[in-house]
Design a protein. Structure first.
Lengths: 428, 258, 339
């Protein structure tokens, strides 16, 4: 099994409450207004909501000091988008794992039978209909109607399989982006296919909510399907899916006979090869929002197991050496290159970018269960975008787009939201 | 009409294979992290059977569960599906009970609830797969028991049940009160809607201890568990490969029939 | 005086002859009874049982107890319990066996309750200690993922035996045994459940129970239509089509075709599992097949742990050429396989 709370005991014990997990590193801070990095503690204000606080919570559970699992405890645990910002910030000072103890705490509680009722609805939907949107499986292929693209589930063969993801398949407003993506790939001459009705969820929300049993089943099934289909690459538009396929799928020990790429990586390559022609100019000042799952969370995760030795009473030496995941190796430049390649575009950077980016607020079940938290988090990010004078936020994840759009509608704002592909389409 | 559904919280029978482990000394399965316990699947069919009767008749449906550590979010599901009341009997001694002892406790609880016109339960629980408790509850309460039902209807103090046989089915009739054990063919528990979750929060939940049932300590298990283990499986499979699927298929056909 | 009946079997019969499970229990029971120097007895309820009784002796019973009454022809818990409870108290067996069948599952728990004794359902193995005559009963639990070994501390020790786990012996018509008549009066007022109709499910020409070849589809089949491919294969091989539980729950195929722990237990010569993951509940239904072939896209699917031959891949690409080539081979051989 992947998530075992006791594996992280030593890290949880070593949290010194330095509170770096609440802010980006000092050298990255640019203003007081946007000096927070953890939406959870910024909104709810008690230490237990921060990364370090969650370490203390996990430690208490692992040591058996928390026998009574109250609703308040569950509220604290699930008021977190598992964005990993605390994890990246902590590495500036300490090198502790924060994100995986957060996942493991959820798995621990889920194993005992404690979760939100909405979670059980999501998981039931996953089990019965292979998607987390609580919609029927038979409707999953509807977004591609009329597209004339190869359908791998009917035995056709393709080099590249496009994994749309649950949100693109079932949200009619966002499906247009998926359709545009497939059309774009075909025009660029890519041998692309989709799996239509037989496509199943990547399992990322199940994993982030702690239901690793369900996740393992879906992940293994997807790997088998793609292996059996003989594709050489899996390209996905959903950043959540990409992040989990890159960082967690390899940990299952199954051979993956294909390469996993995000659509921005793939399009960036196509643009640089000249296969995509951008003729129209778009005169706009836009900013790019780094999705957590495309950036810091898509770094390949290597769980460490070994021996620790304390030297001189202070320093920890590890045998074998531990790989520190700082979030540097996420996908940051390809989306920016794509935006910069659009003629006429002016790309401005927000204050909290790349591995210190502020979460959009939709991850890990928060959008489904705690919509007010999700909307507030998005409104913070929108304020940041407006503070650098951007007319539009460009992002590369449907969940970010969905959440920003909902927040803008609720506050009747005038800032626009585009997916990278939408921007490209307008420039073609 | 008062209907009682006996449900059992078990380790998820659909957990991934790698998650299933046994503690040989304690002789029990270890709850895996990341896979929550669930209501035993046949008990969910029993809940659906009860709700279908409630759809047609005035009935109060009570879900009753006995266990050593019951998780409220898991057992909330019946309330969200439409059950009226939840009664939980939580006691550490429940971890060591056999089917007959559990049945005697459940029967005492049903009597304390004022009896029942129909008692529904699943045909067997997904952990011990014994299929004994339903009939034992009926014997305790001196009621008739109809097993493996796939269709139930109640009319004029009588119940009509279509039950499974190995080569088909039969229709039986019995007077109320009676115990009915339910098979999956009856149908899955209806989908939980948001409205159900909201109304579930207002429904009564009672937590009882064994002492509330005025029972002396429950009888010891009639059978003693000597060993619990996962059998070793020796791989004997010859995997037939080929240059492509068609080639492999031809080789398989040759291997089997030539 | 003790009758020294170490094992009493509750027998079942189909169309006048003993059912397979009864013959299997007689075979297993005979071996155990010989090991402990005890007698093996069989109980039959119904009407006109003489032929079945003689068959029972030929298959190994020392004593046959018969309760004959037209009311007993159709199984009903209320009538059967009246008679069996009294008979067991007279016969005083050390061990009481039933088959894990539709009747056994309905009867054994109630009987154990009334006799105040313990019961192990779905036993796959019995080991009797010769001196103490205590039985170690092995039964699958947790959906057949684990095995539990139990002993019963009261008499009679009751076990319900899974079909296919014991072996029936050879019929020996020269064997001698004793017939005993049981009091078969029934108090009709005690009958609470009445059978009002019986429906025999329409099965195709080859029934799953008797088929020598079974082709089984699992969740990976994806839809009801895809089962037509399996029906083609079954027809080609003269076999029957079955399914694991997910296709039955999804309504793709009737539940009477379900193979598994709570469905049918089959042991054909050739069992072809297509897109079946091989969960332990399903394997309980087919593990005794002589040759198991698995086609599944997952190389680590559980089915490959029990199968004899396997091909990893998408069944949609493997089955059509397999059916075509098999058809060619069979035409060359004049239409029959060795299965």
């Amino acid at each position: 099994m992947l998530l075992e709370l006791r594996d992280y005991m030593s890290d949880m014990k070593r949290c010194a409450r330095c509170s770096l997990c609440k802010w980006p590193p000092l050298a990255q801070l640019k203003s007081w207004r946007f000096s927070n990095i953890c939406p959870s503690i910024t909104r709810y204000n008690f230490h237990t909501y921060s990364g370090g606080g969650r370490m203390a919570l996990g430690l208490a559970l692992a040591e058996g000091r928390l026998e009574d699992i109250t609703d308040e405890l569950l509220n604290i645990v699930y008021r977190c988008t598992a964005c990993g910002a605390c994890d990246s910030s902590c590495k500036y000072n300490s090198e502790l794992e924060l994100l995986w103890p957060i996942y493991s705490t959820r798995a621990y509680l889920a194993g005992m039978g404690y979760f939100f009722p909405e979670h059980s609805m999501i998981i039931d939907s996953l089990r019965k209909e292979d998607n987390i949107m609580m919609k029927p499986k038979s409707d999953r292929g509807k977004w591609a109607e009329g597209l004339k693209v190869k359908d791998l589930s009917r035995g056709e063969k393709a080099e590249v399989v496009y994994h749309a993801g649950c949100l693109y398949c079932y949200d009619p407003e966002l499906s247009i982006v998926a359709r545009d993506t497939v059309a774009l790939l075909k025009e660029a001459g890519v041998d692309v296919g989709i799996r239509g009705n037989q496509e199943a969820c990547c399992g990322s929300i199940a994993f982030q909510l702690g239901f690793q049993g369900e996740f393992i089943k879906f992940a293994e099934s997807n790997i088998d399907d793609w292996n059996a289909a003989g594709v050489s690459s899996v390209v996905t538009s959903c950043a959540c899916g990409f992040g989990i396929m890159k960082s967690v799928y390899p940990l299952l020990g199954k051979e993956m006979k294909f390469e996993v790429l995000h659509i921005t990586q793939y399009l960036d390559k196509l643009i640089k090869e000249g296969k995509v022609k951008l003729d129209h100019s778009i005169k706009s000042r836009v900013t790019y929002h780094d999705p957590c799952n495309l950036g810091r969370k898509s770094e390949i995760y290597i769980p460490w197991k070994g021996i620790e030795k304390k030297v001189l009473g202070q320093f920890i030496l590890r045998e074998p050496e531990k790989v520190i995941h700082r979030g540097w190796n996420g996908v940051y430049e390809p989306p920016r290159d794509i935006i910069r390649s659009v003629p006429g575009i002016e790309l401005v950077e927000m204050q909290r970018i790349k591995e210190y980016s502020w979460c959009c607020g939709a991850g890990a079940g928060v959008k489904q269960c705690l919509d007010d938290f999700a909307m507030w988090t998005a409104s913070e990010r929108i304020a940041e975008a407006k503070s650098v004078g951007a007319e539009a936020i460009v992002t590369a994840c449907p969940w970010c787009e969905r959440n920003f759009k909902d927040a803008i509608t609720a506050s009747k704002d005038d800032i626009l939201v585009y997916d990278v592909v939408e921007l490209l389409r307008q420039a073609m | 009409m008062q209907i009682v559904v006996c449900i059992k919280q078990v380790l998820d029978p659909e957990m991934p294979y790698s998650a299933f482990r046994i503690d040989p000394d304690g002789k029990r399965a270890i709850p895996p992290q990341g896979t929550p316990p669930v209501i035993s699947p046949y008990d969910e069919n029993a809940l659906e059977a009860a709700l279908r009767v409630k759809d047609v008749h005035e009935a109060k449906v009570i879900a009753l569960s006995l266990g050593s550590r019951l998780a409220r979010p898991v057992l909330n599901k019946p309330l969200a599906a439409g059950i009226d009341e939840l009664v939980l009997i939580e006691d550490p001694v429940a971890a060591d009970l056999d089917s007959f002892a559990s049945a005697s406790i459940l029967a005492a609880a049903i009597s304390k609830l004022g009896g029942a016109d129909v008692v529904f339960t699943g045909r067997q629980a997904a952990d011990w797969d014994a299929g004994i408790a339903g009939c034992a509850i009926a014997e305790e309460l001196k009621m008739p028991c109809i097993t493996v039902a796939r269709k139930v209807s109640v009319q004029n103090g009588m119940v009509q049940v279509e039950r499974l046989l190995s080569d088909g089915s039969e229709v039986v009739e019995a007077p109320l009160p009676c115990v009915i054990t339910v098979d999956s063919e009856l149908g899955e528990l209806r989908q939980i809607k948001m409205q159900g979750l909201i109304s579930a929060k207002k429904k009564p939940v009672s937590a009882w201890k064994l002492s509330d049932l005025k029972l002396e300590s429950p009888p010891p298990p009639r059978c003693e568990l000597l060993e619990l283990y996962i059998p070793e499986r020796k791989r004997v499979c010859e995997i037939i490969t080929g240059e492509n699927p068609e080639d492999a298929a031809i080789k398989l056909a040759n291997r089997l029939f030539e | 005086m003790s009758k020294n009946i170490v094992i009493l079997i509750l027998g079942e019969f189909v169309k006048g002859t003993l059912s397979n499970i009864t013959r299997e229990m007689l075979g297993g029971g005979r071996e155990s009874a010989d090991n402990v120097n005890g007698r093996l007895a069989l109980m039959l309820l119904g009407d006109n049982l003489e032929l079945a009784a003689k068959e029972a002796i030929a298959y190994g019973a020392d004593d046959v107890y018969l309760a004959e009454n037209p009311e007993l022809v159709t199984y009903q818990a209320d009538t059967y319990l009246q008679i069996i409870e009294k008979a067991v108290k007279d016969v005083e067996p050390e061990i009481l066996l039933t088959g894990q069948t539709s009747i056994g599952r309905d009867l054994a728990p109630r009987l154990a309750f009334r006799l105040g004794t313990g019961l192990c359902m779905d036993c796959v193995r019995l080991d009797i200690e010769p001196i103490s005559r205590i039985v170690r009963m092995t039964r699958p639990v947790y959906g057949c993922k684990a095995l539990a070994v139990m002993i019963c501390k009261t008499k009679p020790q009751m076990a319900s035996i899974r079909p296919g786990t014991m072996k029936s012996g050879e019929q020996d018509r020269s064997r001698k045994g004793q017939l005993h008549a049981l009091a078969a009066d029934i108090d009709i007022s005690q009958i609470r459940v009445k059978v009002t109709a019986k429906v025999d499910e329409q099965m195709d020409s080859v029934s799953l129970d008797n088929a020598k070849v079974v082709v089984c589809g699992g969740r990976g089949m994806g839809s009801a239509d895809s089962f037509s491919m399996l029906e083609d294969l079954a027809r080609l091989l003269g076999g029957a089509v079955g399914a694991s539980r997910p296709p039955c729950d999804a309504g793709w195929i009737p539940s009477t075709r379900q193979i598994g722990l709570t469905g049918k237990i089959v042991s054909p010569n050739l069992y072809i599992a297509v897109a079946v993951s091989g969960s332990s509940q399903h394997m309980a239904g087919c593990a005794e097949s002589r040759t198991i072939v698995a086609i599944n896209k997952d190389p680590e699917a559980n089915i490959f742990a029990t199968a004899h031959y396997g091909v990893v891949g998408d069944y949609r690409e493997i089955l059509p050429p397999f059916i075509r080539h098999t058809s060619e081979i069979l035409q060359g051989k004049g239409g029959s396989t060795c299965y």
